[in-house]
Design a protein around this ligand. Structure first.
Ligand SMILES: [Zn+2]
Length: 348
């Protein structure tokens, strides 16, 4: 037996000197081992070769078993070591230690708590427009831990945006806004999923897209898209938080005929005549104004998801930034609304 073990060691050493691959050396030693086993089993007890290799098959089988066990154990350890490190993945049912720490100031709020934070984590919110209103809305939704955030916009970051669209940066000028926004949100919170849609919202796909989300936020700056967003939100029964700004004034409300709140068209049945409602590009806008209104959008979104407090169903807040005044208007559905007249309201 000693002779065979010596031969095995010699094979290994020789292979090492000749730089034979470890695999080839192992195969040679395994062949030698098999030959010995066969010699023990097939040759008569008196045969010289069988006597020279120990004369008994049992110690060889024990040796083979021990080596096989050792090899299997080392492979198992290697596989365990190779398994990839944990990456943050949104899981609606549980929070990691790092997430509990991140959302600690929410979790101690009576109106949010652990239950509310779980609702935020499993919520899906779509933000239309990654511009002035979308910037703070998206950042605060991400920071707050909304688990899935969609953002749709077909624009690219322009130098004139950076006076107020704080989700973008100077070095991302020229990049599609949705990817710039995605980078900023992911950097702020790696525990959430961002879905960027680098295209213009159109009537054909809006309803399909909205159906994938629980709540829609509209921060667009043109009336075509605003009416389109409202129609798709009504068609899919989703609550819509929409804000608008110009110069020093902003407004915000939550539109949702399915819970007897008006829709956008109930309040604005007709588009303003061209020139009467100039865009920010034409009329100008003070930098923090979209920040204030966009942040209010995020705040209303978090309330809507968690059920905290009283939202803006049937109410519109008007914010005058120049004179620092707010007004709240009561809003009602219009029975003859071209958009939502056929929608019957369920419980709020
Ligand atoms: Zn309506």
């Amino acid at each position: 037996m000693g002779l065979v073990l010596f031969l095995m060691a010699a094979l290994w050493g020789l292979g090492w000197v000749m730089k034979t691959p470890i695999r080839a050396r192992l195969i040679m030693i395994a062949l030698l081992y098999l030959a010995v086993i066969l010699a023990q089993l097939l040759l008569p007890e008196t045969a010289e070769l069988r006597r020279a290799t120990g004369g008994d098959v049992r110690p060889w089988l024990v040796l083979g078993g021990v080596v096989a066990l050792g090899y299997g154990y080392s492979r198992l350890i290697a596989r365990l070591r190779r398994s990839p490190p944990e990456t943050p993945q949104p899981n609606p049912d549980s929070f990691r230690e790092a997430e509990l720490n991140r959302y600690a100031r929410h979790i101690i709020l009576r109106e949010i708590g652990g239950t509310g934070q779980k609702k935020l984590k499993s919520a899906k919110v779509l933000v239309v427009g990654a511009g002035g209103l979308g910037s703070p809305a998206l950042l605060y939704l991400a920071a707050a831990g909304v688990g899935t955030i969609g953002v749709i916009d077909d624009d690219t970051v322009d130098g004139t945006n950076l006076q107020r669209q704080i989700i973008h940066t100077d070095e991302r000028i020229g990049m599609p806004k949705v990817f710039s926004a995605q980078a900023a949100m992911q950097a702020l919170n790696p525990f959430i999923t961002i879905r960027p849609y680098n295209r213009r919202l159109d009537a054909e796909t809006a309803a399909t897209l909205f159906a994938e989300y629980d709540l829609i936020l509209d921060g667009t700056d043109n009336f075509d898209t605003r009416y389109l967003v409202n129609r798709a939100a009504v068609a899919t029964g989703k609550p819509l938080i929409a804000a608008a700004i110009t110069q020093w004034e902003g407004q915000i409300s939550l539109y949702h005929p399915a819970t007897d709140a008006p829709c956008y068209e109930c309040i604005f049945p007709q588009r303003p005549a061209p020139g009467l409602a100039p865009s920010c590009a034409e009329a100008g806008v003070i930098a923090p104004l979209p920040g204030i209104l966009g942040t209010m959008m995020a705040n209303e979104a978090l309330k809507e998801i968690t059920g905290a407090g009283t939202g803006l169903r049937g109410r519109m807040i008007l914010w005058d930034a120049l004179y620092s005044e707010t007004r709240t208007m009561r809003l009602k559905r219009r029975a003859d609304c071209a958009c939502c007249a056929t929608v019957s309201a369920g419980p709020a």
